[in-house]
Design a protein around this ligand. Structure first.
Ligand SMILES: C[S@@+](CC[C@H](N)C(=O)[O-])C[C@H]1O[C@@H](n2cnc3c(N)ncnc32)[C@H](O)[C@@H]1O
Length: 457
């Protein structure tokens, strides 16, 4: 999970003229699966047509009184997206039988979460629905909002004429008022940290800024319709929002649309008592870039990587630059046979050294390493990769690829995969693959197609 929205007073900044319209094509869309979502359009006066305004609703629809719910502010297109999500609304994933975490004080960081027992890489820690799930952009009355704010010494300076923070606070209060009393109490007991106590944010908006986790897979409408942070969503959660930041985090969460919930996983082995952490900044950024973005949370990070950037920065840079291209390698016999294996092993080594298991690079490196061993006809090494990939439970793609049958190196499943021995059997490669795209399509036997853009040339 990455934080990093509503960091400063520059957001939200949707202008009236930029407010997206509901596409005509969506107007008569049928609900394929789930239950219909009902809600009240947010009252934004004459800023937007009421059928285009974001909707205030409690989700999932038809929740039982004892079922966790989220108060939401979502664009109409997101309503369609959810209703058309297979399985929506699915129940919350049951919590682990044995306690996995406890809330406690973390010296110098306020409250935090700690491991209540030894956790293994891939262990499921908890799942929860957000107390509040909200769009991060609203059509605002003053289109010059963004230009009006400026920053000095990392502190947001808000001009006297600037009234949009009040506006956002007022609308967010509408949502908080709709929470169940127990959820409202949990929300209001979350921390508001500097600089959100001093930048003009109200008590609700301040809590959203300090505790919000961005959600990337709810963006409504076709790609490109929404720019920058417009169309992005944020979630404020009772437990996951208590996670403090580390540049080498030991947990990762993902948001599942069907159950409308976040699930948290251990990305490496964690000893009982160790603090659970996640990242608020991109992990492969330099220490200087991370220092800058963490300022917006009032954080001066003292992790190993920040204290020793001369060792850490080159490793993270190398990890970012190493981009194994298995499709090109399969097609070009002039490239060394061990090229991809070497590159992936180097990535994995750097990940171990920097403790960057939460980075998606681990998933990509293991998947590409598996593909390379299959292409080389090495089922033994491929089966080790499949076993390691199975523990990368925090990447939702992993569930979608059939790895189980690859755990046994003697499995006949290997010979059935199109890529089997294609690096050494050139005649087979020539017969099956006449283009880069054709090879990439065959990767779907090992990597979810949604991850493909990362491995294309
Ligand atoms: C989402 S809250 C995390 C939970 C919070 N510590 C609490 O008491 O509820 C984010 C805030 O926690 C503090 N924090 C998080 N990570 C930190 C770190 N690595 N070092 C210092 N403070 C940190 C900062 O005040 C930050 O704005």
């Amino acid at each position: 999970m990455r934080r990093g929205f509503l960091k400063n007073a520059n957001t939200p900044k949707t202008k009236n003229s930029e407010v997206p319209t509901i596409q005509d094509s969506l107007a008569g869309l049928k609900i394929a699966g789930g239950i219909e979502i009902h809600g009240q359009p947010l009252d934004l006066g004459d800023r937007i047509r009421s059928d285009q305004a974001p909707i205030v609703c409690t989700l999932p629809p038809n929740a039982k009184p004892d079922e966790p719910v989220s108060v939401c502010l979502i664009w109409p297109e997101t309503t369609e997206l959810l209703q058309n999500t297979q399985g929506f609304p699915q129940p919350l994933r049951p919590q682990p039988n044995e306690a996995t975490y406890r809330v406690g004080e973390s010296p110098g960081k306020g409250m935090g979460l700690f491991a209540a027992r030894d956790l293994k890489q891939g262990d499921f820690i908890l799942s929860e629905r957000a107390l509040l799930l909200t769009t991060l952009s609203l059509p605002l009355p003053h289109s010059r909002f963004a230009e009006g704010a400026s920053q000095s010494d990392g502190r947001v300076v808000v001009p006297a004429t600037f009234n949009s923070l009040d506006d956002f606070e007022r609308h967010m209060k509408t949502l908080v008022d709709q929470m169940r009393p127990v959820n409202r109490e949990a929300f209001m007991s979350l921390t508001v940290a500097r600089p959100h106590t001093t930048d003009g944010s109200g008590p609700i908006h301040g809590r959203i800024r300090t505790n919000g986790c961005s959600i990337s897979n709810l963006r409504p409408g076709p790609p490109g319709q929404w720019k920058g942070s417009d169309g992005q969503y944020g979630a404020i959660l009772e437990k996951i929002s208590r996670l403090n930041h580390s540049c080498s985090p030991n947990t990762q969460s993902h948001f599942d649309k069907a159950s409308l919930s976040h699930s948290l996983f251990a990305v490496r082995d964690i000893a009982v008592g160790e603090e659970l952490t996640n990242n608020y900044t991109p992990l492969l950024d330099s220490a200087l870039q991370r220092e800058w973005s963490l300022k917006s949370y009032g954080i001066v990070c003292r992790c190993e990587a920040c204290l020793d950037p001369r060792t850490s920065d080159p490793r993270r840079r190398r990890l970012n630059n190493l981009a194994p291209n298995p499709a090109q390698w399969i097609l070009d016999p002039r490239l060394p046979d061990d090229l991809i294996v070497k590159q992936c092993l180097e990535q994995i080594l750097l990940i171990e050294k920097e403790k960057l298991h939460a980075s998606r690079t681990l998933y990509m490196a293991l998947s590409i390493l598996l593909i390379a061993h299959v292409c080389l006809g090495d089922a033994k090494q491929a089966s080790f990769c499949a076993a390691r990939l199975q523990r990368v439970t925090w990447v939702p793609y992993v569930e979608k690829v059939k790895l189980g049958e690859l755990l046994d190196p003697a499995s006949p499943a290997y010979a059935k995969r199109r890529l089997w021995r294609t690096r050494i059997d050139r005649a087979k490669a020539a017969r099956l693959f006449d283009s880069h795209e054709c090879v990439v399509r065959a990767f779907s036997e090992f990597i979810d197609p949604l991850a493909f853009p990362l491995v294309e040339a």
